[in-house]
Design a protein around this ligand. Sequence first.
Ligand SMILES: [Zn+2]
Ligand SMILES: [Zn+2]
Length: 169
Amino acid sequence: MPYLWISKDGGPWSEFSLDVLTGNRFEPVPGSGKDLRLQRSRDDWVTLFGPDVTAAANGLPCTLRILADRDEIACWPFGEWGSHVRLIYSAERLATIRPFQKAQGAGEVICPRCRRPIAEGESAVVCPRCGVPHHSSNDWPCWTYGPQCNCCGQSTDPATELSWTPENL
Ligand SMILES: [Zn+2]
Ligand SMILES: [Zn+2]
């Protein structure tokens, strides 16, 4: 899932997964304090700023924006002199083991490691970089069988943390 990094009034960065929001309608961003809202639009996230906030995206004024990877949003709540919030959107995802769900209308999906089909509901990891699913169960530990994804070279180490943080700026 994509992440949002938040720093209020120059404080330390905190991070949260956009998984916590349903995304069905514009919802307040936890920890941002003021009138900042997010809504999901298919695979994208859209920010909306209320009338009580002045906001800029990558240095340009904005009221509504579809977030792109590494977008930096700054906002100044109206009437709170000196108060500001910085947000950085990271589209990076972590590999997570989930019951496999075929895309609607998709045919048989073959695991690139063992060349066997992955059944609906079987434990699997969808590679966060290339999107190719691999088995990930005790019987078929295909995802972690090698140090890297069979298709794109993404690390399969379960201890892998998010590789990008605002400290990289
Ligand atoms: Zn497999
Ligand atoms: Zn991959």
